[in-house]
Design a protein around this ligand. Structure first.
Ligand SMILES: [Fe+2]
Length: 484
């Protein structure tokens, strides 16, 4: 081959490579299988368990910092009953008892049932626990699995769901997620959309609690608050924000020294998960700002290599819906995310799917002239998964030109899964709800941000010391072309 043809070949290979790496993809596929209307209240998806005052809307969340506790929550409609949880590691033998508390609230003309929260702590790692709530003939039994001990190579599967609501599309998303083997849900805000009803009808908070029970009673859902969870209605005399949300969904915020249930952190397996509130003050010197600054300093990537942030409003979003709404928080927190090498920031709010490349815009200030986000190896990947399926429908209008930072975007319903394999690699899928089937659509391999830039990591990699490392890389790099 002559020099000219060799150069031409090299040029073509480079062009292909650059196109592959730098240009994003806007999928023309949009999918809304069912109408964007809520499931009727008498549908079996919202079935009320049989019997007087039977516990309903059962859900659990992590109860401490490291995963040795759960908070079990449920509602009894007619009377408080008991807030006890009986539990144990042997089925039908509930040798331990934990005592919880109950609360209730009114919202204009709605009066909630009795909402129980019970902390069950001192659990063993990696153990299946069975639990029973309620009394007599209407007692109900469930189970959950505790996570592995905090360890940099502990494998774990998270699901990511946002803006779920309660339509048949929502149900489809939930059921598809339940087929994935996901062990914990990272929920990025906007739960029931009860605020779309007259007087923010609390009945739709109750139906949502029953909708998600088939997953949330058996595995933790890590809660993030969204705008549809604010329930601020001064015209109805309802001025305390997040009232139904905070009564119903407990979070272990005290364990991470947070002053509010709306922002907190948990560690689980090999992940450190930070939850932020887009609708609470976050500028410099606010409680959330102080807390996040302290929490980021505490992250130990030697123990929890995967640093994940959840928030409702995306910082990078090229959809016309909610365009630039995350800009204020980006201006405050983005430089920290880059400094601490956050792996992924998950958000919701925009009812579509979008994934960014690793970019930052931290050099911008009003005089720098640096106006555009630029590739930045230390930056997180930003993923918007506000496509759970609520009654507001899809956000189908992306900006005409896909910005350079945007890698993939599609206006369809779905959810994501993140499989942490060890300290260096994770597999990520976005799964579209496609004609009632679960279709993995956008999939990539994540290279851990801490271990990927760490000299010791590189020498360890050379010696193939991580569990399954060599075979895993070979297998998945074959299957998934995109590595970030
Ligand atoms: Fe939202």
């Amino acid at each position: 081959m002559g020099l000219c043809s060799s150069l031409l070949l090299l040029y073509m290979v480079l062009v292909c490579f650059v196109n592959d790496v730098l240009s994003g993809r806007t999928s023309s596929f949009t999918r809304s299988e069912w109408p964007s209307t809520d499931i009727p209240l008498d549908n079996e998806a919202f079935v009320v368990p049989d019997g007087y005052n039977a516990p309903q809307q059962v859900h659990i969340t992590q109860g401490d910092y490291d995963g040795k506790a759960v908070i079990i929550s449920w509602v009894t409609e007619s009377e408080p009953g008991t807030s006890e949880v009986w539990y144990g590691a042997v089925e039908h033998e509930f040798e331990h008892k934990a005592e919880g508390k109950n609360t209730n609230y009114t919202f204009y003309n709605y009066k909630s049932g009795y909402i129980h929260h019970c902390l069950v702590d001192g659990l063993e790692y990696n153990t299946k626990y069975y639990y029973r709530i309620g009394t007599g003939a209407t007692a109900r039994e469930f189970w959950f699995q505790t996570p592995p001990e905090i360890d940099p190579d502990a494998p774990y599967i998270f699901g990511i769901i946002g803006d779920l609501g309660q339509t048949f599309n929502s149900l489809s998303t939930l059921e598809h997620y339940m087929q994935t083997g996901g062990q914990t849900v990272l929920f990025v805000g906007d739960l029931s959309y009860a605020d779309r009803y007259e007087y923010n009808d609390g009945v739709r908070w109750d139906s949502w609690g029953r909708l998600i029970e088939k997953s949330a009673a058996y595995q933790p859902w890590i809660w993030t608050a969204g705008n549809h969870d604010i329930d601020f209605r001064p015209d109805l005399g309802e001025v305390s924000t997040f009232k139904p949300y905070m009564h119903r969904f407990a979070t272990p915020y005290v364990a991470s020294q947070s002053s509010s249930p709306l922002w907190y952190a948990v560690r689980r397996a090999s992940a450190h998960i930070i939850v932020l509130s887009s609708y609470s003050p976050f500028v410099k010197y606010t409680p959330q700002w102080f807390w996040l600054r302290g929490e980021l300093k505490q992250v130990n990537r030697e123990k929890t290599p995967w640093l994940i942030v959840l928030m409702h409003v995306p910082m990078y979003n090229s959809n016309e819906a909610h365009y630039m709404e995350g800009e204020a928080m980006r201006a405050v927190f983005e430089s920290w995310f880059v400094h601490y090498k956050v792996d992924i920031v998950f958000a919701g709010h925009v009812h579509a799917y979008e994934r960014s490349y690793r970019v930052s815009n931290i050099n911008y200030n009003i005089t720098s002239g640096n106006r555009y986000p630029v590739p930045d190896k230390s930056a997180p990947v930003y993923i918007t998964v506000g496509d759970g399926g609520n009654q507001e429908g899809l956000a189908e209008r992306f900006s005409k030109l896909q910005p350079d930072y945007s890698a993939y975007r599609e206006a369809s319903y779905g959810h994501s899964t993140l499989e942490l394999k060890n300290r260096t690699h994770a597999l990520y899928h976005w799964n579209r709800n496609d004609d009632g089937k679960h279709v993995p659509t956008d999939h990539i391999i994540f290279h851990n941000q801490y271990w990927a830039s760490n000299r010791r990591r590189r020498s360890l990699k050379k010696h193939r010391k991580f569990p399954g490392h060599a075979s895993l890389i070979a297998k998945y790099e074959e299957l998934f072309p995109v590595l970030v």
